[in-house]
Write a protein that binds this ligand. Structure first.
Ligand SMILES: N[C@@H](CCC(=O)N[C@@H](CS)C(=O)NCC(=O)O)C(=O)O
Length: 248
């Protein structure tokens, strides 16, 4: 059994990546909602398994070494762990070329597409001041990253290797909001066709449409409530230290 810690409000691309993979490989799993708007990601019990105070996190209750349950944090690390355990969607260590390409594109997503899209939406939607420079800077970078994907997908059908892999699942989840990013979709025909191919998979339907996860929306408005907003967007080294000392 895999325990999966997810946002209680749903909609997190980083969580959907994990659900997509779990549905593909068919491991049994159960969801544990973490209410990040209320600060549950800072609870001492959660920090034992998620030291970066973010979801997703998994705990594998039956590791292959037969030992104690293993917690894994960071979406890319979780995907590599699960794919290796399943022996699917990530080429084996011996297949050195395909494996390094898949891991490269997976890391590309978590190091580039994820953070830059996050910053773009932050400055477009959540920032109290709408700063044109920041919005343009991050929108440009997201457009550049879409362009990188488009070029790659014009060379081969899947991002990582010649087969559908965890690199595709990660980038798929990250680009699920592409309709809201304001970019001209006619410039990215291959990206859209690649998304259609993934949406046609049964695992996509199960992960995105049939799960209770994501139905209990907190509503965008409550994110703007001062305490919630500060909890999510004004974290710094002092807030980390306060939670550490149990004072927050
Ligand atoms: N690099 C992390 C990012 C995870 C992340 O940003 N999680 C968000 C939800 S999508 C979160 O838990 N936010 C709570 C917070 O920032 O306090 C990953 O890929 O897993």
């Amino acid at each position: 059994m895999i325990d999966v810690y997810v946002t209680s409000s749903g909609g997190s691309p980083n969580v959907y990546k994990i659900l997509l993979l779990l549905e593909e490989i068919g491991f049994p799993y159960r969801l544990h909602p973490v209410d990040v708007a209320r600060g549950e990601q800072f609870e001492p019990d959660f920090l034992k398994i998620g030291p970066n105070n973010k979801v997703p996190v998994i705990v594998d209750q039956a590791p292959t070494d037969g030992g104690q349950p293993i917690p894994v944090f960071e979406s890319a690390a979780i995907m590599i762990y699960l794919a290796d355990k399943a022996g699917a969607f990530l080429p084996a260590v011996e297949d050195v070329r395909a494996r390094s390409a898949v891991i490269g594109w997976l890391v590309w997503q978590v190091a580039n597409l994820g953070p830059y899209m996050g910053q773009m939406f932050h400055f477009k939607v959540y920032a109290p001041e709408k700063l044109p420079y920041a919005i343009e800077r991050y929108s440009n970078e997201v457009g550049r990253l879409y362009g990188v994907m488009e070029r790659r997908l014009s060379e081969q059908p899947w991002l990582g290797s010649d087969a559908y892999s965890i690199a595709d699942m990660a980038a798929f989840a990250a680009t699920s909001e592409w309709r809201r990013t304001g970019h001209d979709s006619t410039k990215f025909p291959r990206l859209l066709e690649w998304r259609d191919r993934i949406e046609a998979r049964r695992a996509y339907v199960r992960a995105y449409a049939e799960k209770d996860y994501g139905k209990a929306e907190i509503g965008a408005a409550s994110l703007f409530e001062e305490t919630t907003w500060a909890r999510l967007f004004r974290q710094n080294e002092d807030t980390i230290a306060q939670y550490q000392a149990g004072k927050a």
